[in-house]
Design a protein around this ligand. Structure first.
Ligand SMILES: C[S@@+](CC[C@H](N)C(=O)[O-])C[C@H]1O[C@@H](n2cnc3c(N)ncnc32)[C@H](O)[C@@H]1O
Length: 257
């Protein structure tokens, strides 16, 4: 079964059910991938392989990539929630960005054409634009990001802003359906405060690495403390609901009320 075949919408689903459903679908897809000749995001997978290889060859930090399971989770979560307007904080070589952008493409007219009737009606009612913004402080790897996005066929949807997210975020005037946070762990609480005003009501914030290798309760270094403060901030925020997805190093899915 391919991800595209089971596209449905999210109304009425609790956050946990939604996340569980998306993860289940991703796992079934991954299991069947070797046998599935019709898997539709055909440009995405070769592009992700290329980005991964380049990252291993040209950097010492390939462990920072979200990897295929989480990448496909991001892609499918964006599709399910019709998140046409996406922001990523922390792009590195563009692996997760390619996944997010490929997911948001289903919100374009072309992406909707093959969807069932109720999806088209939903889109028409909301008339959501598609734009995917990304913020990355390190410009040295921009050539990998650019070619990766080209190979994935999503370059025209994406704009990468090079600079410090803490400086760029306050000047953003857009509204987003979904923001993915995956930059400096020490700054997670500040990203959260800056991002909340630009996420629409009912929109999502996804934050990576929130279990931080189990160190949040036992370590007091700046990164562990940053993640720990972020987790407390979200937990005490009555304006959101959240659910921890057991994928890689913990992905926190937050829905803004
Ligand atoms: C974990 S990596 C991102 C991995 C990427 N999301 C992926 O899976 O393909 C974190 C990235 O955040 C960037 N970063 C760190 N601090 C930042 C800041 N203040 N503003 C923007 N980017 C930042 C780093 O340069 C690094 O490339």
């Amino acid at each position: 079964m391919a991800l595209e075949d089971n596209h449905n919408w999210t109304d009425g689903l609790g956050l946990k059910e939604l996340a569980d459903d998306v993860l289940y679908e991703v796992d079934v897809t991954l299991k069947n991938l070797p046998y599935d000749r019709k898997y539709k995001p055909s440009k995405l997978l070769p592009a992700l392989n290329w980005i991964e290889r380049q990252t291993h060859t040209r950097t010492n930090h390939a462990q920072m990539l979200v990897g295929l399971r989480e990448g496909l989770f991001l892609r499918e979560f964006v599709r399910r929630t019709f998140s046409g307007r996406v922001l990523e904080i922390g792009t590195f070589t563009g692996y997760s960005l390619a996944c997010l952008a490929d997911g948001s493409r289903s919100c374009t007219a072309g992406g909707v054409a093959s969807q069932p009737f109720w999806d088209q009606q939903f889109r028409a009612e909301r008339s959501v634009d598609v734009y995917v913004d990304a913020i990355e402080i390190n410009k040295e790897l921009d050539y990998i990001i650019e070619e990766g996005l080209q190979r994935a066929g999503v370059a025209e949807l994406v704009k990468v802003h090079y600079g410090d997210a803490l400086e760029i975020l306050p000047s953003i005037a857009e509204e987003y359906d979904l923001v993915f946070i995956d930059a400096d762990k020490r700054q997670y609480p500040k990203y959260y405060e800056l991002v909340k005003p630009i996420v629409r009501s009912g929109g999502y914030i996804l934050a990576d690495n929130v279990t931080w290798y189990g160190r949040t309760s036992s370590h007091t270094d700046a990164k562990s403390s940053g993640i720990s403060s972020f987790n407390s901030l979200v937990e005490s925020d009555s304006g959101v609901e959240s659910h921890l997805v057991d994928i890689r190093d913990g992905l926190l899915v937050i829905r803004c009320k």
